[in-house]
Design a protein around this ligand. Structure first.
Ligand code: DNO
Length: 359
């Protein structure tokens, strides 16, 4: 297992120097933020990113993410060319020796929340979601200014996209995902890059748009599209874990044992009702998910991919990118490393120092 931390590049106030002082974190997860969506990621730029990470003593353990162009998800005319560009980016990642790629297939927007700073009883704040508030959001002016959207759309663009997705519907989106994977997985296999799809966050349709990677049945379907190790998962406990029907430790055990989890995002959440939740600190006792059982499942199935603490709260007056401050994610990393060491020692008591298989 390579314990990793997400870094948003040279503009990130959470610098590599700071991350380096968190014990046991060996990997950095990052991306190129200046390549327009749909263009090929140039090898030199990937290599330069890798060099700057390695210069601080880390490995670039995963790319999170190469965004999938909306025209690919919608299956529009130019999706063939855009998919070929995507394949080329994956080949370039492989040439640079980066082993894991996280991506998602969510229409229009990535993760969505109704609040980016809900106050918790201890004075910290966190990201939260309440369906009734999300459904009240006014999309008629586009997405700019709304919480959680990574891409800003003006009103006209947003209207065109949402109309097209509503017409496409769930099965249409599956067809387009299948077409995409049939091209990209062979390229990834050849390049030595393991693809890991990120589940929809939250895992239910929003604004009448299809969201398809939500539970065990949909993950089984996804994995069968290309039944190969390079078609795998970025298993996000917090995204899937807000649906009480998803038994997260059981799912981790199943997909990790099958060698299909390449990247684990570990986050705890408190489920507050149907389609309602807030994020919490990582420990089991802080939320609805049994994080210890999840890590035990990883250890016992020999998980050897990339793991990172996911969203943290804002604590100790830190301000910054919602979910991606330093302090609470660092606490999360230490908690994960502690669990890992303990479970590993249980498994191999003969190894008295418990040589952490964190590489
Ligand atoms: C949220 C992240 C997601 C993730 C993408 C992967 O904090 O987990 O934005 O990076 O969905 O493509």
């Amino acid at each position: 297992m390579i314990l990793s931390f997400r870094w948003y590049g040279h503009d990130d106030p959470v610098t590599l120097e700071k991350i380096r002082q968190i014990p046991v974190v060996r990997g950095i997860v990052s991306a190129l933020y200046d390549v327009p969506v749909g263009d090929v990621w140039p090898l030199e730029k990937i290599q330069a990113l890798k060099d700057s990470v390695e210069a601080k003593g880390f490995r670039l353990s995963a790319v999170e993410s190469i965004p999938v162009h909306e025209h690919i998800k919608l299956g529009l005319e130019d999706c063939g060319r855009l998919t070929e560009n995507y394949c080329q980016s994956v080949r370039n990642m492989g040439r640079a020796g980066i082993p894991v790629l996280c991506y998602n297939f969510m229409p229009v927007f990535d993760w969505t929340r109704s609040s980016l700073a809900m106050e918790l009883p201890d004075g910290s704040n966190c990201l939260a979601y309440a369906d009734e508030e999300v459904l009240k959001m006014d999309l008629s002016k586009g997405t700019r200014g709304l919480p959680g959207w990574s891409t800003g759309y003006d009103a006209g663009e947003l209207r065109r996209l949402t109309d097209a997705y509503r017409e496409l519907d769930t099965e249409g989106l599956w067809t387009n995902l299948e077409r995409f994977l049939k091209k990209v997985v062979p390229a990834a296999q050849e390049a030595g890059v393991k693809m890991g799809i990120h589940p929809d966050d939250p895992p239910w349709p929003i604004f009448g748009l299809p969201r398809i990677i939500r539970d065990e049945a949909s993950i089984d379907r996804l994995l069968k599209i290309a039944d190969a190790p390079h078609n795998g998962l970025s298993f996000c406990t917090g995204s899937l874990g807000v649906s009480p029907d998803n038994d997260i430790p059981k799912m981790v055990r199943k997909y990790s044992a099958a060698g299909r989890i390449h990247f684990a995002h570990i986050r705890n959440v408190t489920v507050s009702g149907p389609h309602g939740f807030n994020e919490t600190a990582h420990p089991t006792e802080c939320g609805s998910l049994d994080i210890a059982e999840i890590v035990r499942a990883c250890v016992e199935t020999g998980f050897d991919g990339v793991m990172r603490p996911d969203h943290g709260r804002m604590i100790w007056n830190e301000t910054g990118r919602p979910g991606y401050g330093l302090y609470d994610r660092a606490l999360g990393a230490m908690y994960l490393a502690g669990l890992w060491e303990a479970f590993e020692r249980d498994r191999k008591p003969e190894d008295s120092r418990g040589t952490l298989s964190i590489s």
